[in-house]
Design a protein around this ligand. Sequence first.
Ligand SMILES: [Zn+2]
Ligand SMILES: [Zn+2]
Length: 382
Amino acid sequence: MTNQPLAAQLEPIFEHLHNNSEISWKETETTAYLVNLLRKEGLEPQTFDNMTGLYVDIGKGTPTVGFRTDIDALWQEVDGEFQANHSCGHDGHMTVALGVIFLLKELEPTLSGAVRILFQPAEEKAQGAKAFVEQGVVDPLQFLFGAHVRPLIELEDGTYAPALYHGAAKLFTGEIHGIEAHGARPEQGANAIEAAAALIDGLKRIWISPAESASIKMTQIKAGGTSTNIIPGSASFSIDARAQTNETMDVLTAGFEKAVEAVSTLYDVSIDYQVDAHIVAAQVDDTAKSLLQQAIINVAGEENCAPEVITPGGEDFHFYTYSKPQLQTTMLGLGCGVTPGLHHPNMTFNQKRLPTGAEIITQALVLALQQTKKEAIQNDSI
Ligand SMILES: [Zn+2]
Ligand SMILES: [Zn+2]
């Protein structure tokens, strides 16, 4: 059952956020709009001098549980024109967060603690979570929940999952430095293309258990000029690595480093590289997941509680747990019939699921507050 008054309250908010999308680190109007809305609710949103985004606390005392939404859109071609576009559903996640705030405001007198709501910028660049960690935004928290709308192929419309197992991704770029030589004098050169080919072969020698899903491959190679009779001395390359767990990503990284070392020695070249992006895999906490599962059952019924979703996509939400392992986290999978798919320029979804998402997250936060209280009492009595 949809909460009709909440749905009516959220509808124009979603419309506004959807029609005023802004890309990563440029979410200034979005931040201002949210701050204004929250102040009208009598809350005190906290912003930053050097970046977009905000957070707000509801309840009494130091917050111990939180919900994070992302706020950025993508830059892409929509109907022949490049523009900022909310094709990852972050407009929906913000709407859910505001719904949570409205519901928590009603519950405030009975809340057994405080809740922090995070409006995080730059998720699409995998930089916002890191920035929030550096600003200490999650320092007081024990539980942190997230949410993401899911495509139809992963979750049926109107069903909800208590965890999203995103994979890890790492992007490397690098340069191979050999020695240029005349095509007739190969003994005087160190051919960068041959070294790159050996590096590709080296990547194929990284062994991962067939039970794990992982892949590492070269995605760019640039070498050689316009002359066909010159052995090229330098090449630039990029490598894309994917793994379902952080441990498997560590194996891929170590294998790549070993291949670089071996090729450098064998081919008499030097190879420099850097990590351009690193998105960590989900590390879902069992308690957080069971609290969220309970919330789904309470709000949407057992029949609409779906199993956890395993997805090869990435999410910078998981950086919170990666950098603060004591933080107990999970993400709600919101089945709302996303079609044709996330990041598709014409992506649409069933907005009627947003109020239900807000009710589920609110329930999960209340249950998590009770859990922290229970643990505090147990620790006191030890
Ligand atoms: Zn996205
Ligand atoms: Zn997203």
